[in-house]
Each structure stands twice: as structure tokens, then as C-alpha cells.
Write a protein that binds this ligand. Structure first.
Ligand code: NZQ
Ligand code: ZN
Length: 389
């Protein structure tokens, strides 16, 4: 296990009706709020009305930025910063999924930066501070509610980039699983794949001796495999929604990665798909993950796949190592299939045309080979894209 400094600063308010604490939480940080949300689902499920009621009861003034797209655009960030400056906003509340939260995080950081906020995403300028933000999560997927990362798209340059800074970690997040009852089947499935993928990224590493982190990761994986399909078949199953919601936060809040050299590779490969084709992030991960697994499986990595197959899928450990590894990969693919997510690029309308451009972009954005479990160069990434066709 490697050295690490533990810090997960976000306060989590988990469970039914935790929104009742919203007024007190916001007042710790400010009284003039920018309320950020997506395409309107929060109005349909009644969370918007509840937030407004609480703001009014607590004399909290607020302005709105709605319409944040999935794969949030830098243009929405610019718009949000403008409102914050004009109205002297002192707190941002994101209500929605990862897209709304990431947009809000970037508005929060951009508020204190004089140049274009895209510079903060590319790393051309450093974040010094950010407005405080809080979140109300409505979909279990990205874990953005409990981490200090964000992903923003710039359609003009075909770039979808990840960046992070401690200042953008939410001060609090309200996780009420009942809000996720209305998430449509395809988004529920994509969210489950995203949680699984975050866990894989932290699990499939070369670091030895992080026994505890790996067992925690296996518990998160088993939680997803146990409850993912249930949430699809029974959207209002509280137990399933609650377990997935907490799994989504734990998969990517640092807990599974502390003490490990977790350099991600499936995500950078997927991000180019959603940058170039604006597809759902979790769907892209479902397409990339099994081919990635098959591609990186070799004598150096096989033991990790055995660990995964035996501990997560209960495969007979006396079998041949490669037989276990292949069975584990097949089970992963079959599980994704049972969720109804796409498993090939063709299914989401992606052909061979831009595979080379995307492979180049993966390497460029990773500043060299991608990942550490098995570092992948341009040819490797291109081969994985081709396997995914
Ligand atoms: O826009 P609305 O109307 O709210 O509808 C959304 C959207 O269409 C809908 N939805 C959310 N909650 C709902 C609901 N519909 C009905 N009922 C509800 N309760 O779901 C759709 C997807 O929303 P979005 O916020 O885009 O989903 P997600 O949470 O999966 O976020 C995806 C974005 O986060 C990034 C992805 O790349 C993508 O841009 N990621 C962020 C990460 C982070 N900050 O740590 C890590 C991830 O790996 C990921 O890259
Ligand atoms: Zn993800």
C-alpha cells in the first residue's frame, strides 16, 4: 500500500426527506444562491418546488440557471459565472446529476478567475479558490457529489476534459434515493455501469498489498451487480436505489483509490467518444470495458482478473487462470447486456471514421500512454476502439 493523505470533506445527508436540512445547510455559507439544474426533470419530480419553498421560508434569495445539458458545455459555465457576478451570488446549489454538478463546480471556480473558464479546465490557469457549492443528487452515477473533480465539454474543439481541485468539492450533498425513482431505464443502466467502471479503474491497478481497498471495491461491485437490475425492473425499490446511490459516492470519493496508483484508462478512452459523438458516458463505458479487459489481459495482469473472478463472481478458483479471467470478462459483458446498455460502437451510431482522431486525442489528453495497469499507446487505444466496433 502506498502513502496517502485522507480527506473527504463533503458532508453527506443521506435518506428520505433529508432535504428538510437544506435551509440550515445553505445559510452556513450564504444567502444569495445560484440554483443550477438540467433539462427539467427536477420540476417533474417535485424537487424544484421543494427547494423554492425552503428558500422562501429561510429568506434565501436565488437566481436560476436551468437547461444544463448532459455532457455539460463550457458555454453554460460562462453563463453561470455572468449571473454570479451580476447578482453577487455567494453560494451555488446544483440539483441533478453529474452534468449539473460539474457545471456548477466550474462556475464556482470560474467566478474568481478573470480569464475564460476553459483555461481552468485545460489547466492553462490554476484554480485559487471557488464559491462554496452544495448538491442535491437525482441520479446515481458519477459520484461528483462527493469528489473534487469535474468534466466539461467544449464542442468547438471536440474536447471533453477532466480536471480537479480541492476547492470545488461540495460542502454538502443531499442524497435522497426516492429522487432517483424516476430516472429512466437507460440512464439508470448507464449510471450503474459508470459506478462499476469507477470501481474498476480503482481496482485494476498494479499496486500490491492494498488488500483493504480491494475488498471495499469488491463490495461496491457486488452491490452494483446485486441491485442494478432490480432498480431497472422495480424503479421504486428503495433498497436498490439506496444501495446504488451510496455505491456511486463511495466508488469515486477517494476511498477505493487511497494508497493505490490508480491511473485511469477506460474513462479517458470513453471521454473521446462522448466528446466526439455526445453519447451517454455510461453507455460509452459499457462499450469500451469488455474490449479493454480482453486487450489488457496478459501474464502480468491475469492474477488481478483471477482475484476479480473468484471474489466477485464466485468462479471456481481451482480452474486455469486464463479460464477464470475470460469467464469473469464474459460475466461482466453479460451483466451489461442484462441491463440493456449498448455493447458496440455500431449500436450508438459510431463507425470507423474518427477512431484514429479519437485515439490520438486520448494520448494527447493523457500526455502520453494512458493508464498504468497496462499502459496503452496510440496503437493500443486504436485497437481497443476497433475491437469495440
Ligand atoms: O437534465 P435533466 O432533465 O435533469 O435529465 C437528466 C439527464 O437527461 C436525467 N435525470 C437525472 N435525474 C433524473 C433524471 N431524469 C428523471 N428523473 C431523475 N431523477 O438523466 C440524464 C443524465 O443526467 P446527467 O447529469 O448527464 O447524468 P450523470 O450523472 O451520468 O452525469 C454525466 C456527466 O458526468 C461526467 C460524465 O462524463 C458526464 O459529462 N462525469 C463526471 C464525473 C465526476 N465529476 O466525478 C466522473 C464520471 O466518470 C463522469 O465522467
Ligand atoms: Zn464515469
Amino acid at each position: 500500500m502506498l502513502n496517502f493523505n485522507y480527506s473527504i470533506p463533503t458532508q453527506i445527508l443521506f435518506g428520505k426527506d433529508q432535504i428538510e436540512a437544506l435551509g440550515d445547510q445553505v445559510k452556513k455559507y450564504g444567502s444569495k444562491v445560484l440554483l443550477v439544474y438540467g433539462g427539467g426533470s427536477i420540476k417533474k419530480i417535485g424537487v424544484y418546488d421543494k427547494v423554492v419553498e425552503i428558500f422562501k421560508a429561510n429568506n434565501i434569495a436565488f437566481w436560476e440557471l436551468g437547461g444544463i445539458d448532459p455532457n455539460p458545455r463550457i458555454s453554460s459555465v460562462r453563463e453561470g459565472i455572468k449571473i454570479c457576478r451580476e447578482k453577487d451570488i455567494d453560494f451555488i446549489l446544483a440539483v441533478g446529476g453529474g452534468s449539473t454538478i460539474d457545471c456548477s463546480k466550474t462556475i464556482a471556480a470560474g467566478y474568481y478567475y478573470d480569464g475564460d473558464p476553459w483555461d481552468l479546465v485545460t489547466g492553462d490557469a490554476e484554480i485559487e479558490k471557488a464559491l462554496p457549492i452544495g448538491t442535491i443528487v437525482t441520479i446515481a452515477a458519477t459520484g461528483s457529489e462527493m469528489n473534487s473533480g469535474a468534466v466539461i465539454t467544449n464542442p468547438e474543439t471536440n474536447q471533453k476534459l477532466v480536471y480537479g481541485h480541492p476547492a470545488i468539492a461540495p460542502k454538502f450533498s443531499i442524497l435522497d434515493p426516492t429522487y432517483t425513482f424516476t430516472v429512466p431505464t437507460n440512464q439508470t443502466a448507464a449510471g450503474v455501469v459508470d459506478i462499476i467502471s469507477h470501481t474498476f479503474e480503482n481496482y485494476f491497478t498494479r499496486t500490491k498489498g492494498a488488500y483493504l481497498q480491494d475488498r471495499l471495491a469488491e463490495a461496491v461491485l457486488k452491490t452494483c451487480f446485486t441491485y442494478g437490475k432490480t432498480a431497472i425492473d422495480e424503479p421504486k425499490n428503495y433498497e436498490a436505489r439506496a444501495n446504488l446511490m451510496w455505491a456511486s459516492s463511495l466508488a469515486i470519493n477517494g476511498l477505493l483509490a487511497f494508497g493505490k496508483n490508480a491511473i485511469w484508462s477506460m474513462h479517458p478512452i470513453e471521454h473521446e467518444l462522448s466528446a466526439y459523438y455526445d453519447i451517454t458516458h455510461g453507455a460509452g463505458l459499457a462499450i469500451i470495458t469488455p474490449p479493454w479487459m480482453e486487450y489488457v489481459l496478459d501474464d502480468e495482469t491475469v492474477d488481478k482478473f483471477v482475484e476479480y473472478g473468484v471474489n466477485v463472481w464466485d468462479i471456481d478458483k481451482t480452474k486455469d487462470k486464463y479460464a477464470i479471467a475470460h469467464e469473469a470478462i464474459d460475466k461482466t459483458r453479460e451483466y451489461f447486456r442484462s441491463l440493456g446498455v449498448p455493447l458496440t460502437l455500431k449500436e450508438v451510431g459510431i463507425g470507423e471514421e474518427k477512431l484514429e482522431d479519437m485515439a490520438k486525442a486520448v494520448i494527447e489528453h493523457s500526455n502520453g500512454p494512458v493508464g498504468d495497469f497496462k499502459p496503452l499507446n496510440y496503437e493500443d487505444v486504436l485497437n481497443i476502439y476497433k475491437k469495440a466496433l
